[in-house]
Design a protein around this ligand. Structure first.
Ligand code: HEM
Ligand SMILES: *[C@@H]1O[C@H](CO)[C@@H](O)[C@H](O)[C@H]1NC(C)=O
Ligand SMILES: *[C@@H]1O[C@H](CO)[C@@H](O)[C@H](O)[C@H]1NC(C)=O
Ligand SMILES: *[C@@H]1O[C@H](CO)[C@@H](O)[C@H](O)[C@H]1NC(C)=O
Length: 328
């Protein structure tokens, strides 16, 4: 009886008007629905080549521009942490909703949206109206790990696309790059991800880059002076439009050198180096720096868990026709 009332309450909450357009989509705690609508090979009958089509697009685009791999991996993180993994991040501004998530300051350097568009076009040609943008993004992030030399793994699908996307929801949910360990731990805990999982997932910074505005200049006394000098030459101030690799040693390889760099005091972002400097996370950084296979396994587990954050399933949300627009 008590549970029933909680569900009724949740449904009422989900139905209330949203300031960010769309409406609908919410509703949690429907365990039986979850199990029946989120599983491996979800598109086996409805779109048998769905995962293969996404993989081929990621591979061919990667050959053309290696930067799409880190781009897609980061898109998935930012999508899942804001409104759940529902492709809300992919929505473009409209008259009705001029400030969706992608217009927030923390979203401005995200890249890889075009790859999702290409995959969506191919999937709409093969099986119209079947494969959600949220699943395409989940597959593409998984494939990006593989294509840069990381582990390959299977993921469940059946995610549905949201209709709500709000720039003001980004900064409360995505941590800043500052050295605030409490903020890092809290923003992950809010998604049911542990301190260890936060450290493990930060290992995604083994690929990709950051713009000067995210970290410059390096003034932290703890950072290796030669490394700091070198980085500060490229990024003397936040206003310079340059980029520096997050893993200075092997920026295109999905390896654990990122963690070894933190131990060597060569972490680019304050939020990276603090993981080694702070006693809450220091041990986990040391373990990951030393044991590549253990980290890879934990990374896969944590990615799978992150990919189940606040899902819309079953009849919730919709299957968008165009990943940049809600269906009319
Ligand atoms: C722990 C908290 C995290 C913070 C504070 C953080 C912050 C950042 C910042 C500031 C950048 C550089 C953006 C720019 O200047 O262009 C970045 C890049 C990146 N982040 Fe994170 N991040 C975090 C966790 C994650 C997670 C969990 C993932 C994925 C699982 C991830 C994947 C990436 C990737 C792949 C890039 C490179 C993007 C590119 O090259 O386009 N990050 N992150
Ligand atoms: C660190 O983040 C927490 C919230 O997560 C905040 O309460 C605290 O004021 C921040 N500390 C500093 C020094 O900014
Ligand atoms: C949170 O994570 C724990 C440990 O992985 C898991 O047992 C639990 O089901 C999760 N809860 C939610 C609401 O996702
Ligand atoms: C920064 O530089 C890149 C290419 O070097 C350019 O495409 C981009 O528009 C520039 N951004 C700004 C804010 O000037």
């Amino acid at each position: 009886m008590k549970n029933l009332w909680i569900n009724v309450l949740l449904l009422l909450l989900a139905a209330t008007f949203s300031a960010c357009g769309g409406g609908g989509g919410g509703g949690r705690g429907m365990i039986q629905v979850v199990e029946a609508t989120f599983y491996f090979n979800f598109y086996e009958k409805s779109c048998p080549h769905a995962e293969k089509i996404v993989k081929e697009v990621v591979l061919s685009q990667f050959k053309f521009n290696q930067g799409i791999a880190p781009g897609l991996l980061r898109l998935f993180f930012h999508d899942c942490f804001v409104e759940g993994c529902d492709a809300s991040l992919l929505l473009d501004p409209t008259k009705e909703n001029p400030t969706p998530e992608k217009t927030a300051i923390l979203s401005l350097s995200l890249r890889g949206y075009e790859v999702i568009d290409i995959a969506k076009q191919k999937l709409e040609a093969a099986c119209p109206g079947v494969v959600s943008c949220a699943d395409i993004l989940a597959f593409a992030a998984r494939d990006s790990v593989k294509v840069t030399g990381g582990p390959s793994y299977k993921i469940k699908s059946g995610r549905r696309d949201g209709r709500v996307s709000c720039a003001s929801q980004v900064s409360p949910n995505i941590p800043s790059a500052g050295p605030n360990i409490t903020e890092l731990i809290d923003t992950f805990a809010a998604k049911n991800l542990s301190v260890q999982e936060m450290v493990t997932l930060s290992g995604a910074h083994t690929i990709g880059r950051a713009h000067c505005k995210s970290f410059a200049p390096i003034r932290n006394y703890a950072i290796d002076p030669a490394f700091a000098k070198c980085v500060n030459k490229v990024c003397p101030t936040k206003t310079v439009n340059n980029t520096v690799s997050l893993d200075a040693t092997t920026p295109y390889d999905f390896d654990n050198v990122y963690f070894q760099n933190l131990v060597a005091k060569k972490g680019l972002l304050p939020s990276d180096e603090i993981l080694f400097l702070d006693p809450h996370t220091n041990m986990e950084v040391l373990r990951n720096a030393k044991h590549f296979r253990r980290w890879k396994k934990k990374f896969v587990e944590a990615m799978i868990k992150m990919g189940t954050t606040d899902l819309k399933l079953g009849t919730q949300g919709e299957i968008r026709n165009n990943c940049r627009k809600i269906n009319s």
